[in-house]
Ligand binder design. Sequence first.
Ligand SMILES: O=C(O)CCC(=O)C(=O)O
Ligand SMILES: [Fe+2]
Length: 232
Amino acid sequence: MTLLSVSNGRLRTLQTAGDAAAALLRSEGYLPLPGLLTTTGLSVLREDAERLEQAARRRDFTMTCMGGSPRHMTTLGGHDIAKASNLVPELYADPELLALISGLIGQRPLPVPDPVERHVLNILHREGDTHGAHTDDYPYALVIFLEAPSSPEDGGLLEYVCDAASLRDLTAGPARTAHHRAGDAYLLRSDTTAHRVTPLTRAGVRRTVLNFAYTTPGAVPQTTTSARRLYA
Ligand SMILES: O=C(O)CCC(=O)C(=O)O
Ligand SMILES: [Fe+2]
């Protein structure tokens, strides 16, 4: 058993049973990384996100290229984040974080070529806010929670179906769901796992995540217009 661990002040020392976790990610398309952020990591990233939110844009539309699924959220794209934050790009390229991901995916994670999609900020903050069904353009997403509804009843759950034939799989059959807390993270095989974030069920709750997208050597990205529509 390989133990993967990360410890750099912002990321907690995770004693992950690498082989078992990697196998879980392969079979489920999803791997929870509870408490990935330290208290300090969470607080500095939250501060950064609060500042970045001032430049973020409200989005309310349906994503035609993703089965007309809804987007009701406030977002900031990677290109804008890179102009305003050192912390987020630094964490995205953190050698220890990359080593952790590498141990879990069994390949070298590479930064995605498109600066818009590299690291994005997604904020759900109104009742009904949702990030509707989709798959990502690149193979892996590390989603880091800066704010989350404390109760699953409040919505903001990740719903996913591994190896989905189509986005309809999310509604046609039983999808898996996962609730996360601030400071948690998860790794998703995001190009083949259909996923969505369920609507917030009441006013006054917030769900803020950073999504770090990674590709791998030889991966062929799905080229969709979704990131441009949501982040450009
Ligand atoms: O917020 C989440 O949990 C998922 C984010 C996501 O799917 C994305 O940004 O592509
Ligand atoms: Fe996604």
